[in-house]
Ligand binder design. Structure first.
Ligand SMILES: CC(C)(COP(=O)(O)OP(=O)(O)OC[C@H]1O[C@@H](n2cnc3c(N)ncnc32)[C@H](O)[C@@H]1OP(=O)(O)O)[C@@H](O)C(=O)NCCC(=O)NCCS
Length: 402
């Protein structure tokens, strides 16, 4: 017999064992991390049990993610694993699909995960929906900006000021997560490399870590750099470039981040012939869990909608398949969203939930999806709806990876 459900307390050790085998973790430290997780909640740890034995597991990490002007609840999935003796029998896929059904029942609009195998998740309904750029600056030069004098290591009592700066910066940036006090505390516990720039107020910070290579030369990996002012950016760049024994600085952020370009310009040397290189990496994949729920949460993006359009989303990855039809309408002010069957001859847009995931998360614009033939537009619906579903360059910051 096969069942999928929340893990029971007495099954937690079996779940941890599967995760250790799947992710090659050392049991002692992994146990410590697992049980000391500040977000630990058995309700969010889901397992597939076959004939009384836990064989697959995953963890749901609840988050709120900015998509344009809307803050949307997103169920992040992490630690998807199957016991090595039970792989390739469809267990992980079934656990994923049952988890989507469970989340739909809970009213969750979207799910996201960081894939190591995009094709595996695509076959379960997730779609690549966010990007991430990594810029490597080898043999960084020192940037002797005077603003370094306003930079110092960030200590615990700086958490609130940094949190307020993050809130200002993240608001409306697609892919950024809302971080509450608990999340900042967890981040400060985990990330020991942190510095801030303080002008009239805290207007810049950086979270970083070191990766040592075999000769104890260090790569400084920037997990997040936020600067509200040019002075803050210069100060933080000077601070980072002054760290000892650096063989490289690695910046991580959204594609096209001006901070990455500035660092490459100031720190990048060309004497050695090694120039800065930017790699575009796959970021998070998104999945529509509840189409109506998602559009309701995205209502701020529909402000100014002028007309009525039926939107149809088919999810054929769940068993049985689910089709949701949602009507969005407005007269130039705020819009309404309601579940309603599509009318004959109406303006409508239809497609599968993978395509809608990429459009709702802002990876593709509605026009992109229509041009790719992934969404089908009838009756000129794109004229009405397109301005509300633009491309938004989504990027889930590294510190928020589930
Ligand atoms: C990735 C992982 C979770 C997959 O678990 P699983 O239970 O084997 O997954 P499934 O059986 O549902 O699917 C795996 C593959 O087996 C195939 N499969 C499913 N049933 C099958 C069957 N009866 N016979 C043969 N193959 C089968 C699936 O088609 C799938 O192939 P695909 O990736 O080419 O689509 C597992 O390999 C694992 O724990 N890996 C290590 C941890 C990891 O990488 N986790 C993912 C983090 S992003």
């Amino acid at each position: 017999m096969i069942e999928t459900r929340a893990v029971r307390t007495e099954e937690l050790d079996a779940m941890l064992e599967i995760m250790c085998a799947a992710f090659e973790l050392t049991p002692g430290p992994a146990r410590e991390l697992f049980f000391r997780d500040p977000f630990f909640n058995v309700e969010n740890k889901r397992v597939l049990v076959a004939d009384g034995r836990v064989v697959s597991c995953l963890t749901v990490a609840d988050a709120f993610v900015w998509i344009g002007p809307a803050l949307v609840p997103v169920a992040g999935l992490a630690g998807v694993a199957t016991h090595p003796d039970f792989r390739r029998r469809g267990f992980a896929r079934r656990l994923l699909c049952d988890t989507v059904a469970h989340l739909r029942g809970r009213g969750t609009p979207l799910s996201a995960l960081i894939p190591c195998s995009p094709s595996f998740y695509r076959r379960a309904g997730w779609e690549r929906a966010a990007g991430h750029a990594r810029t490597l600056i080898p043999y960084p030069r020192r940037a002797d900006f005077a603003e370094v004098r306003q930079v110092r290591p960030a200590i615990d009592s700086d958490r609130n000021a940094i949190g307020r700066l993050y809130d200002r910066w993240a608001r409306g940036r697609t892919g950024c997560c809302k971080r509450d006090e608990r999340r900042w505390r967890a981040l400060f516990d985990r990330v020991k490399g942190r510095a801030l720039h303080c002008g009239d107020r805290v207007d810049g910070y950086v979270l970083y870590e070191f990766r040592e290579d075999t000769e104890a030369h260090r790569v400084l990996r920037i997990l997040e750099l936020v600067a509200e002012t040019d002075a803050a950016l210069r100060g933080l760049a000077a601070f980072l470039s002054a760290q000892k024994d650096l063989v490289a600085v690695e910046h991580n952020g959204p594609p096209g981040d001006p901070a990455a370009a500035a660092l490459a310009c100031w720190l990048g040397g060309d004497e050695s012939g090694c120039r800065p290189v930017t790699e575009w990496l796959h970021g998070a994949m998104f999945r529509v869990v509840g189409f109506e729920a998602a559009l309701r949460c995205l209502a701020p993006c529909l402000q100014g909608l002028d007309g009525t359009v039926d939107l149809i989303c088919r999810d054929s990855w769940t068993s049985p398949p689910v089709t949701e039809a949602v009507r969005i309408s407005g007269g130039g002010g705020s819009a309404t969203v309601e579940a309603a069957p599509a009318r004959r001859g109406s303006m409508r847009i239809e497609g599968d939930s993978g395509a809608w995931a990429a459009v709702l998360a802002g990876c593709w614009s509605l026009e992109d999806a229509a041009a790719l033939n992934r969404l089908h537009v009838l009756g000129g619906a794109d004229w009405v709806a397109s301005p509300h579903f633009p491309r938004r360059n989504p990027c889930l910051p590294l510190p928020d990876h589930f």
